[in-house]
Design a protein around this ligand. Structure first.
Ligand SMILES: Cc1ncc(COP(=O)(O)O)c(C=O)c1O
Length: 413
């Protein structure tokens, strides 16, 4: 009956979180998907709510999740092999769909090999477990995603083997590398491609230039790792992400199938040796069932689409809608972080106003995310909008019209 005791302690902790304003609100439950019609993009129904909602908070930038070809691929794989793999990869849980997806994503990212994971989160953890050593220095951007920070903790990287450089500040990275301790034999510079709370991008070309300057000082060199979960598929001329946008080629690329590709799962693309090291040493790859064959078949089809004329057209639509939205917010006189990515942060800079605006949007059938402390620093309170290519011109106009009304009524700054 120890549960009663631990429950009482945990309830006190949950209460504290709520009192500090740090508790997450209850999750909304989507109960229905209503396909696009009559000039409107898709809409959603929510449990306990009247009416339909437009999602301005989905990572599915190319709206591939409901693409008939992906659904057909998932359906075919399930009918052929069933729903689950039945075991981890090394105990005969590897199907042709897993290896086909690995080949396809490696080809798309122009790397020799790839390993897939259940998510980008577990990909970051697995990669770190594979390439860390006792004499490795990890240098990371201050705003890196939680999965990168957690990955270092899982590896037990000690404080003296970690260096944090200021967000997108290559001079500060230079300083971090200059001050590497004498016993360091390997350096890993790791950064998000697109920063998910801000929609800005890592200056990957300039980061690689700084790395080049220092690389001969360490026996194993300096390895660059970009986690471009929000960039791949949605950014760069052909959807290869931030590296393409910046004209640079980091050594290791981490990404997700769960955002622009519209499915689920994560991946690491890099040299064949690192990929084999992952297979041998990455616990988050070895000791857990892999993605379903349906996920892999759908993700492979998603990459095929991204790599085709259809994909390029989707990217163009995404860019057009993003521009429409960004320009509209500017016309209303609102502050955003400039840039071409479909993550569009509206800087409200006040917790109460952020909440009121998000609630106002909800009352008009619009789902957007309010980011307040501690997710973002105090003073950077933001509403994060995400554009996807199923949004129609009329959808974007509608959201802008409502934003203008709300701001007029309750202010934004
Ligand atoms: C940079 C970055 N890495 C990893 C993830 C996690 O992706 P996944 O849902 O595939 O674990 C995210 C998503 O929020 C992200 O922004």
């Amino acid at each position: 009956m120890s549960l009663q005791q631990i429950d009482a302690t945990l309830q006190r902790e949950l209460q504290q979180l709520a009192e500090q304003g740090r508790a997450k609100p209850r999750e909304r439950v989507i109960t229905d998907y209503v396909p696009a019609k009559n000039g409107s993009g898709p809409r959603y129904r929510l449990e306990g709510q009247q009416g339909l909602f437009i999602r301005m908070n989905s990572n599915s930038y190319l709206s591939l999740g409901n693409h008939p070809a992906l659904i057909a691929a998932a359906d075919e794989a399930t009918r052929r092999f069933g729903t689950g793999p039945g075991a981890v990869r090394f105990i005969d849980g590897t199907y042709c769909h897993h290896t086909a997806l690995e080949k396809r994503i490696a080809l798309f990212m122009d790397k020799p090999a790839a390993k897939i994971f259940n998510s980008a989160y577990t990909a970051n953890c697995g990669l770190a477990l594979a390439i860390n050593s006792a004499t490795t220095l990890w240098a990371g951007d201050r705003l890196n995603h939680n999965s990168i920070i957690r990955a270092m903790r899982i590896c037990g990287v000690p404080g003296e083997n970690k260096a944090i450089f200021n967000h997108n500040d290559v001079q500060d990275l230079d300083r971090c590398l200059d001050s590497a301790a004498p016993g360091i034999t390997r350096v890993i510079v790791v950064f998000d491609g697109i920063f998910s709370m801000r929609g800005d991008f890592a200056p990957t070309d300039r980061i690689l230039q700084v790395i080049e300057k220092h690389k001969d000082r360490f026996a194993d060199g300096i390895i660059s790792v970009i986690d471009d979960s929000h960039g791949i598929g949605a950014y760069g001329k052909t959807g290869r992400g931030t590296a393409e946008f910046c004209g640079a080629a980091p050594d290791i690329i981490v990404g997700t199938f769960g955002k622009a590709f519209g499915v689920n799962g994560g991946f690491v693309c890099t040299s064949a040796t690192i990929v084999e090291t992952i297979r041998q040493k990455a616990d988050t790859y070895i000791y857990t069932n892999p993605l379903s064959m349906a996920d892999c078949a759908a993700a492979t089809r998603a990459i095929d689409i991204c790599d085709s004329k259809e994909g390029l057209d989707l990217l163009k639509t995404l860019n057009r809608r993003t521009r429409q939205f960004r320009e509209g917010l500017e016309q209303i006189g609102l502050e955003t972080i400039p840039g071409p990515h479909p993550i569009v942060p509206l800087l409200v800079r006040d917790t109460m106003r952020t909440r009121m605006l998000v609630n106002g949007l909800f009352d008009h059938g619009i789902l957007a995310v309010g980011l307040t402390f501690p997710v973002v620093p105090k003073g950077d309170e933001t509403i994060r909008f995400q554009i996807n290519c199923a949004h129609t011109k009329a959808d974007i106009d509608y959201v802008l019209e409502i934003m203008a009304k709300l701001v007029k009524k309750q202010g934004c700054k």
